[in-house]
Design a binder for this molecule. Structure first.
Ligand SMILES: [Mg+2]
Length: 180
């Protein structure tokens, strides 16, 4: 079995970390999420802080534990991420170094994918996990099972809000239901 996993806001606490840097960037308190900046401001914010965010954002709670567990079950782990686009190519070495530093186990990583369905299919991904509805809408169309990592309650996809829930979900898929 192969599981495809997104990095930002799925494996890594990116937005929450980014919004801490936003406070240094603007005094306008009406914006609390850097994704709500205008395109120009967003790129300016990125050029100042993106690499710091990518170096310093923590892994989501229990993510490492669950990845290790999946690996122990011989599940192949493929990260598919948009990182490396928008001219921020240093994101690639920064991310590789980050994964090494945090002892993240994975089999493959694919960068620069805003659209993930083709890469997921090529890698024979059985289940793809991402925080974005739009990404999963594309992935499900090519016949891949999807799981959305979100605090939201409404989705066209199955949803989880923690890595413990991801583990339970996958345990069910592989027929390994145990009490923790
Ligand atoms: Mg994401």
């Amino acid at each position: 079995m192969t599981i495809g996993i997104d990095l930002d806001d799925t494996l890594i606490e990116t937005t929450k970390t980014g919004n801490k840097y936003l406070k240094k960037f603007i005094t306008d308190k009406s914006i609390s999420d850097y994704h709500d900046l205008s395109k120009d401001e967003y790129l300016k914010f990125y050029s100042l802080y993106l690499y710091d965010i990518q170096k310093n954002a923590p892994l989501k709670k229990d993510a490492l534990k669950v990845l290790n567990y999946l690996h122990s079950k011989n599940i192949r782990i493929v990260f598919i991420t948009a990182r490396g686009t928008l001219g921020f190519s240093n994101s690639i070495p920064i991310t590789l170094e980050y994964l090494k530093k945090h002892l993240v186990i994975y089999d493959k990583i694919i960068f620069k994918k805003n659209h993930k369905s083709a890469a997921a299919r090529k890698e024979h991904v059985d289940l793809f996990i991402d925080d974005k509805e739009k990404v999963l809408d594309e992935v499900i169309k090519v016949g891949i099972k999807t799981l959305r990592f979100t605090e939201e309650k409404l989705s066209n996809h199955d949803i989880v809000s923690s890595w413990c829930e991801v583990k339970r979900y996958i345990d069910k898929l592989i027929g390994e239901v145990k009490n923790e």
